[in-house]
Design a protein around this ligand. Sequence first.
Ligand SMILES: [Ca+2]
Ligand SMILES: [Ca+2]
Ligand SMILES: [Ca+2]
Length: 789
Amino acid sequence: MKRVRKAALRRVAAAAVAGALLATAVAATTGPAQAAGQNAIVNGGFEDGLTGWFTNNGNASDGATLSPTTDAYAGSSAVLVTGRKTTGSGPMQDLSGKVQAGKTYAITARVKYENPSSPATKQFFATMHYGGSTYTNVGTVTVARGQWGLIQGTFTIPAGQSVSTARLFFETPWTSDPASAPDTHLMDFKVDDVSLVEFVPSTTIEALGKNPGEGNPLISHKFGADGNAFVHDGRVYLYMTNDTQEYKPGPTGISPTNTYASINTITVISSDDLMNWVDHGEIPVAGPSGVARYATNSWAPAMESKVVDGKEKFFLYFANSGGGSGVIVGDSPVGPWRDERGNLLITSATPGASNGKNWLFDPGVFIDDDGQGYLVFGGGGDDGTRSAENTNHPKSTRVIKLGDDMISTQGSAEVIDAPLVFEAGHLFKRDGKYYYSYSSNFGFGGPIDPNGPPTGAIAYLMADSPMGPWTPDKYKGIIFRNPGTYFGAGGNNHQSVFELGGQYYFTYHAQTLNSRITGGATQGFRSPHLAKLDFNGDGTIKEVKGDYKGVEQIRDLDPYRVIEAETIAWQQGIATRKIDGGSEEFGPQAPNLELYDIDNGDWTSLAKVDFGDGGATGVTAKVRPLAAGGKIEVRLDGRNSPVVATIPVDAPLGQWTKLSAKLDGVKGVHDVYFTYAGPAGADLFEVDSWAFDAQAKLTVTASTRCIGTSVYLAVTAVNDFDVPATVTITTPYGSKTVAGVAPGKQAYQSFNTRAGQIDAGTVTVKGTATVDGEPMSVSLDAGYGARTC
Ligand SMILES: [Ca+2]
Ligand SMILES: [Ca+2]
Ligand SMILES: [Ca+2]
């Protein structure tokens, strides 16, 4: 027994050292892990005497005396170990039934020894004994004599380990003859504050996943696959398979491979400039808490809107794994969402949908100019014959007409015979031509026709009708090769096409954030990318190349309003989550998110913010402080640029509050970086939104009075510019322009409303001036009350 134990201890001691190194590496790459759950240790602080503790008795020769001591690390009591017979003689607690094989735990404990004849430093171990000769050192410290040291460790109980006996104890390193040097090996020691909790690694991505200045991946704080773009009111929304649901980095910082099995929500982001992306969170689509409780999964979404019965409705289609497709209905692009159908839209019972081999997933929705909706869907189709025909023409995808309600189908689905088809069908229209694009398969065992697309690529057909017929002669080539061509990591391929501001764009996904987190390896976690999509004169498509640069920002960001803090161009180290209440920017029905897991050194940013000629005089953050001493620093054009404003996050902890800082007239277009600082190791605060204050250059007042039986509306505008200004006053009762208003002087006009009674209203005053050779303008409103004369 003793010999076996010696071997085991030496082996596990080496493992513990490796574990400690690994834990350090993890902390550097994935940030602080969260210890969750209850302390499995009873009376870990020894405040209840020796309750729960006994002397390790794993070997017949082990033995010691435990007694309470008032020399505590914390509280008023600790345990003192005396009379140790072996190096393994120390306080033990039985954890049988409290720990599980395959789970990871974090242990901490305080230990101290004081024998003046002992070495100046001594190593201590926390060790698990699983019965028999199975001992594992799970935490260690080398402590200086007379001082409390911190034993720390993280360990995963092997999946095959029996834990019917699981006991934790504290000891000193094994030696064959400890009694020959008892001051070195058998000294008395004290233990306090023992904690053992399940260890849950943080899922926050602390790595830099998107380089400042670059557009791809679109977001770097979470994943998102199979993006489907939908343009509404000048804003593009991207609906994505929520790969983040499968992202579970272990103690090594690496997640197991994405199986898609647990994905039942859809991630939504949006932008009106294609560089600053707003995180709208996740739509709970399938599963017990989903909108469509009849479904298990929500992959590969597709979105369209249509006015039905006089009201615009938003239809979000999703794949329920490979077996079918469903649809939920919303009141806006970001919900709220409801189930209007009660079951899947596409199943094997849908006329023409199934040939018994194909998948019924990857819905792609399209509405033609006449209001008729269409759904393309399907994929797979490997029949096992390994034939050329089945490989190149699996005929596994379909197109079907949708009902007027968009949640039913009409007639029978038609076969799409796209060369080497596999998945990701998408239908769009341009200049009277219809385009069916899709991902080609990776080979079904037969020879691949060289006249068709390469494997795993986005290819397309063109036709004169949404229903095709989609025959191989309509094949026009490829749009986008496999992402592996450009980014190292390949994987599947998925696309959509949208038009914004007269330009067409192409969405695809790639495992770029995944590989940046791990330093190269990928586990199937995909990120959204954008590229311009250009056409030849005959309507055929120019091949898209994948890159990190992405597309140009198409408009500057207006800072003089509420900007949700979950609007991000580039960032590092933050995470987002939904909080109660609607969005100040997107309305009470829209979800609102916050930034959290904000550590010292984390940052977020906004690209190309236009402060205008007047400039900004202040910045406000809506924050919830979590630790004292935090601050938000505002920098321009780089995260290491000089600080132009500092918002001290100095307010009661745990409460939402708005905190501001002055800005000294920041003008023109800048990238804005918010860098977060405060005590290391603490979650500093959460952020909901930002707002900037514009430099007002006019002071406007409006008032009413009676002259006879008529109401007169008087407007005064003081020129706060340092130079003469032209002032234009606009009211419901007339307008007036006054040129050359001197600095500090006012423009005044009284308007006869020619009415004895007026309702409350608003006047608008615009001032223009030339400052330092630059034209500047400001527009301000002022209200007035109702009046009866
Ligand atoms: Ca204590
Ligand atoms: Ca963080
Ligand atoms: Ca927010």
